[in-house]
Design a protein around this ligand. Structure first.
Ligand SMILES: Cc1cc2nc3c(=O)[nH]c(=O)nc-3n(C[C@H](O)[C@H](O)[C@H](O)COP(=O)(O)OP(=O)(O)OC[C@H]3O[C@@H](n4cnc5c(N)ncnc54)[C@H](O)[C@@H]3O)c2cc1C
Length: 422
């Protein structure tokens, strides 16, 4: 005889936990939602966060910190967290210069940067407030630097132009024919150590990680007022697991976020993402090797920030990312044909580059809401989409979480918590 529906769901949740979770002692479930009076009674979890990248981890940790009565599950399709975009980026803590006034990207980047430095200091997560240079080679690029400087002043983000002799003394190998704008609050972080901390802290607070479990379908029961039923498929299995239930769902699925939101929202609200691949190049030479991050002046309308020079926490120099549109979000093989163009770009600011010491490294893919600009000033700048979707109680949807998503992650966690609990 089939188990009663409620019991079947609880049994399914137990099997799900047993097979895919690192299960911790949890408080017995109590109805706790304070944000609506018509909540789903006795769901398996208060919150389900789909996607275990830096952003999903930060959101899950923040939701789980709400109080002892909350139960949060983080569902990640791979066996480890943070193996997609969150480990395929520049690991730069952005100052917040590029995204203009009144945008979510600026607000969350500024707040997220402060939170990230404070957390890294407090919890000894490897990071460095190393600063960065943005360099101009001609008048048009200098005009872009002037614009950045003006915006930075209005946002209260420190920037300053360097005198040519100071620039030459500090980084003699860097060419900046027209000028250098320095951003002293920019830095770098070990993104893997950061995510390992977030996961451990989330679990220490009683959160559950379901790893190797891909979400295959989500049903909003009574428009979300009755909670959400979530189907997953464990890695290597041919059929779905029994569904679990959650009072709220947060879609933080990165490159697959449109697929996940399309499982929930009706057809006329379906969306698609565009994928801007960015390749990185390693550098094996001991000289020239600047000690500052170096970015070219931003090009309005460009899908990224230009092929820049960054340094990781181990002191390794890498160049990238460039921009190459692809239809395949799994296309993470560096395209060798990109190397020659990248070398030419790099040599505009590092003329002594040893070209034969540059090699293909790795690439990451930006999940974008359009083939448009990443920086304000370009046509049709696109902001982060982080909203509680209308008509779907308790569903928070994150789309287009490209750069500066890593920098903003802790602030995004606060923001999502605010959307659910305010
Ligand atoms: C080339 C590049 C350079 C960048 N440089 C910087 C930088 O220097 N500084 C900065 O602040 N930001 C940078 N970013 C942006 C930053 O990396 C991202 O904004 C951030 O990592 C996004 O994190 P996320 O958690 O949203 O996405 P992801 O890391 O992609 O995580 C999403 C997770 O969802 C999981 N998932 C997807 N579908 C499902 C499903 N159906 N079921 C279960 N799990 C699912 C995936 O497996 C994945 O682990 C860069 C991005 C790129 C591409």
């Amino acid at each position: 005889m089939a188990a009663p529906r409620f019991l079947a769901t609880r049994m399914a949740a137990s099997r799900f936990l047993a097979t895919t979770f690192r299960r911790r002692q949890r408080q017995p479930y109590k109805k706790s939602r304070s944000f609506t009076s018509t909540s789903a009674p006795r769901a398996d979890f208060t919150h389900a966060v789909i996607g275990g990248g830096a952003v999903g981890l930060a959101i899950a940790r923040r939701l789980q910190s709400h109080g002892p009565s909350v139960s949060t599950v983080l569902i990640e399709r791979h066996r480890h967290v943070g193996t997609e975009t969150s480990s395929r980026n520049s690991e730069v803590i952005h100052a917040g210069l590029y995204y203009g006034h009144g945008t979510l990207k600026t607000r969350l980047c500024l707040h997220g940067r402060r939170m990230l430095y404070a957390l890294c200091d407090a919890r000894r997560i490897p990071h460095s407030n190393c600063g960065k240079w943005i360099v101009a080679q001609d008048d048009a690029q200098m005009a872009e630097l002037e614009k950045l400087h003006a915006v930075a002043r209005e946002l209260d983000v420190p920037t300053r132009f360097l005198a040519p002799d100071e620039a030459r003394r500090r980084e003699p190998d860097v060419r900046a024919a027209r000028g250098v704008l320095e951003s002293p609050t920019t830095g770098i972080v070990d993104s893997h150590a950061y995510m390992a901390f977030l996961q451990g802290d989330f679990e220490d607070r009683g959160g559950d990680c379901a790893l190797g479990a891909a979400v295959t379908d989500v049903e909003a029961v009574d428009g979300g007022r009755g909670g959400y039923r979530i189907w997953t498929r464990t890695e290597g299995h041919l059929a779905d697991d029994e569904p679990i239930t959650a009072e709220t769902v947060v879609n933080s699925a990165g490159l697959a976020a449109a697929e996940v939101q399309n499982m929930i929202l009706p057809a006329h609200r379906h969306r698609e993402l565009y994928y801007a691949k960015g390749s990185y190049f390693s550098y094996a030479a001991a000289h020239p090797k600047p000690t500052t991050l170096v970015y070219p002046a931003p090009t309005p309308g460009h899908g990224g920030l230009g092929t820049h020079l960054t340094i990781d926490m181990a002191g390794r120099v890498r160049f990238g990312p460039d921009v190459e549109w692809t239809d395949d979000p799994t296309d993470v093989k560096v395209n060798a044909s990109r190397l020659a163009a990248a070398l030419d770009d790099i040599q505009t600011y590092l003329p002594g580059l040893q070209r034969d010491a540059v090699d293909l490294d790795y690439c990451g893919i930006r999940p974008k809401l359009g083939r448009q600009s990443s920086v304000v000033g370009g046509r049709n700048f696109i902001d982060f989409h982080i909203v509680k979707e209308e008509g779907f109680e308790g569903f928070v949807n994150l789309l287009g979480i490209e750069s500066p998503g890593l920098t903003s992650s802790l602030a995004i966690g606060e923001y999502v918590h605010g959307l659910l609990y305010k």
